[in-house]
Write a protein that binds this ligand. Sequence first.
Ligand code: B1M
Length: 212
Amino acid sequence: MDPIIREIYDAILAGHNKVVEAKVPAALSAGLAPQQILEEGMIAAMAEVGRLFEQGEYFVPEMLIAARAMQAGLALLKPSLKAGNVLSAGRVAIGSVQGDLHDIGKNLVAMMLEGAGFEVLDLGTNVSPAKFVAAVKEKGAGIVALSALLTTTMSGMKTTIDALVQAGVRGRIKVMVGGAPITETFARQIGADGYAPDASRAVALARSLLAV
Ligand code: B1M
């Protein structure tokens, strides 16, 4: 691993925001690709945080400070991840489903969609089905993008799709889903239009959903 990327990885694990804030610009100045910094330094660190949590070595506070350090790094990486498209490729309402407070992956997907020229309405975390419905009815979202990180909140995706059907708007929009516990099979079972395993494939999926 590149030494600066290693420092970013270690700083996220330790929750050292200031080090992350110093090292991300340093990595960019050294010519490292934003995607490499993101994947090898930042996403890999969060995966390790998850492993340590599972093993009982990290607890919620450690996860939280690591997440804050990751968010600090993402904010600095954001301009470099954006491709600078100016035309809107479509309007996407994105959120973490009801009961789910995880937002790092959702923010990353939102960032990449923005970078690809989509107009993104970020509804945040713990988003009720009614809020997604309102984003379609009142803000004209053409894609509803649902994120869930917990096996216990995955069902919120189906509840949201049901609410879109109930509201009579399901036929004119596309629904895409993603998040660590989500699979292609699950997406099909709940009647979503597509599933993406990561942020860059979420962009390709959003494009393909609007192309048909
Ligand atoms: Co939580 N947490 N957490 N957590 N947390 C997990 C998810 C867990 C797997 C950890 C573990 O046990 N190994 C576990 C879930 C187990 C399960 O459900 N089977 C877990 C748990 C149990 C919990 C709590 C219940 C802990 C507790 O309180 N006892 C609690 C629940 C809170 C709630 O939501 N109601 C909780 C809380 C938290 C924190 C608040 C402390 C913090 C979140 C902070 C934040 O997000 N602002 C946190 C964190 C940081 C994690 C881990 C360590 C990291 C998540 C992350 O940010 N990953 C996580 C372990 C892990 O994932 N290995 C864990 C990095 C991110 C870039 O990846 O979010 O997967 P990810 O996003 C990817 C893809 O999934 C995809 O693209 C992204 C980028 O490539 N993607 C999409 C995501 N959304 C998409 C949408 C799309 C398409 C692709 O289209 C719409």
